[in-house]
Design a protein around this ligand. Structure first.
Ligand code: NAP
Length: 454
């Protein structure tokens, strides 16, 4: 399909874009380099002013940007508008805190004065996915630009208009030309970009194969990289939990973004005697979900972003059934146009089956029953991923154990896993490495320079 906007509700091609030529890519790299030499010297107060202006633009035009996201990738309009608001929040957060996060850190040594100074690296390439087309970019760009770096965005090929809109926001906010640029290019151009001296580091949010490919390219060039990859987050419910709160949150946590979120709860692991009741209530709530036009306010679940994602999901569910899983609700492709898939729950999944180890990127949940906390933790960790984990209990000892033993970059007790500018975000195992957000996020793309003075 190339680089294009295709309406996921009906497959209509709305606009296609020519990828940049080699000469145009060269021009943008040169502009980034020139921009960095000036921009790195700009005071924090100036950067903050531009970043706050970006937040103003986001707030003022949230409906317009929300509609663009919904049009290009099918998330519900209400969630798209909320995403724009969250982008404004992350801009303001780093506008306010970057200077303090990057202030010199004194150290007592044998020097008369020694300290750590944080300095920007240069141009950072951001390879981003379509699922949160604004948020993924802003959570990279707000800290990276506040630290004095310049950004180059290679966005997913199905959200080009979002990519161009984001570039325009930074320009209109007042950032100098070249500080943030969008590159309309295919994935095959990324490895070559990594070997360009002007690109100092990269970040990728996306699938494991894409992450592995970027990691290989950056490994060859010895460049810093942050990887935010897939997940199959567990959602563990213990008998001491508030069951109704757990079930309601389970639905939200799985259905976020039409089921296409890296930190969606994907495996419900329910302990002991509450499992029957959990299942009954979960099925009931799934049946009540409205699948339909994402622009409409009552819609809970819109279409998947592309026909390829739908095809993969259909294949995975079929494979799961043939491996022994039982469908509690959904599981049948919906009639009509568009990439729609119904809310689906699979259970009785053999623990040694392939699907038990996979990520479902759509509104499909896996429900497991286990006898005790020991087996819940074992099952939760028995997966190649380690992004987030949600666990439900009202027992202090159980809570401590879950926090300590769940293998994940984040553990949320009695709540759904979410990103928050004030907290670091990222994974372990095959979910990637490095952190975004919080103070840790702004420290990823800086030279942590040791200074020693006698
Ligand atoms: P994807 O195919 O990996 O695409 C993500 C980005 O990587 C796109 O810009 C894509 O460009 C590019 N890309 C693809 N193959 C590449 C390669 N070999 N080298 C360099 N760049 C490449 O990901 P997706 O399937 O759209 O997104 C879903 C995955 O992302 C899921 O696994 C999800 O869990 C994960 N995700 C993780 C996080 C997190 O924070 N950990 C957040 C969101 C999503 P093209 O579009 O041009 O192919």
């Amino acid at each position: 399909m190339g680089i294009a906007t295709v309406n996921p509700t009906n497959g209509e091609l709305i606009q296609s874009f020519d990828p940049l030529t080699e000469a145009e890519i060269e021009q943008k790299l040169a502009r980034a380099q020139v921009a960095f030499e000036q921009y790195r010297r700009s005071p924090f107060a100036q950067r903050s002013q531009w970043m706050n202006q970006a937040a103003e633009i986001l707030d003022a035009r949230k409906e317009e940007f929300g509609k663009l996201m919904t049009l290009e990738m099918g998330k519900t309009l209400k969630s798209a508008i909320a995403e724009v608001e969250k982008c404004a929040l992350v801009c303001r957060y780093y506008a306010e805190h970057a200077e303090q996060f990057l202030a010199d850190v004194p150290a007592q040594t044998d020097a008369s004065n020694s300290f750590v100074r944080y300095q920007p690296l240069g141009a950072v390439l951001a390879v981003m996915p379509w699922n949160f087309p604004f948020w993924q970019v802003f959570r990279f760009a707000a800290p990276a630009l506040m630290a004095g770096n310049v950004g180059l965005l290679k966005h997913a090929s199905n959200v080009p208009q979002c990519a161009l809109a984001i570039e325009q926001i930074f320009q209109q906010a007042g950032f100098p030309a070249g500080v943030f640029q969008t590159l309309l290019i295919g994935a095959e151009k990324v490895a070559a970009l990594m070997s360009d001296d002007r690109i100092k580091a990269a970040t990728l949010t996306g699938s494991e194969p894409a992450g592995a490919s970027l990691a290989a390219a950056s490994g060859k060039e010895i460049k810093k990289v942050v990887l935010e990859l897939g997940g199959s987050d567990p959602f563990v419910v213990l008998p001491s939990a508030n069951l109704e709160a757990a079930v309601s949150t389970a639905v939200t946590a799985r259905m976020l973004n039409n089921g296409q979120s890296c930190i969606a709860a994907k495996r419900f692991i329910v302990v002991g005697e509450i499992a029957d009741e959990f299942e009954t209530r979960l099925v009931e709530k799934y049946k009540a979900l409205q699948v339909g036009d994402p622009m409409l306010p009552d819609t809970d679940i819109g279409p998947l972003a592309t026909p390829a994602i739908l095809k993969d999901l259909v294949h995975q569910v079929q494979a799961g059934i043939s491996q022994g899983a039982r469908v509690l609700v959904g599981g049948q492709l919906l009639e009509g146009a568009g990439n729609y898939y119904p809310p689906t729950i699979l259970t009785d999944i053999p623990l040694d089956s392939e699907i038990a180890q996979e990520e479902f990127f759509g509104p499909v949940a896996m429900l497991f029953r286990v006898p005790d906390i020991e087996s819940a933790i074992h099952l939760a960790n028995n997966i190649p991923f380690g992004l987030g984990a949600s666990a439900w209990t009202n027992d202090a000892a159980e809570r401590e154990r879950l926090i300590n033993e769940l293998e994940a970059g984040a553990v949320f007790i009695n709540g759904l896993v979410k990103s928050d500018p004030r907290l670091p975000f990222g994974g372990i195992k095959r979910s990637g490495f490095g952190r975004e957000l919080g103070i840790q996020g702004i420290h990823e793309f800086v030279n942590i320079k040791t200074v020693w003075i006698k």
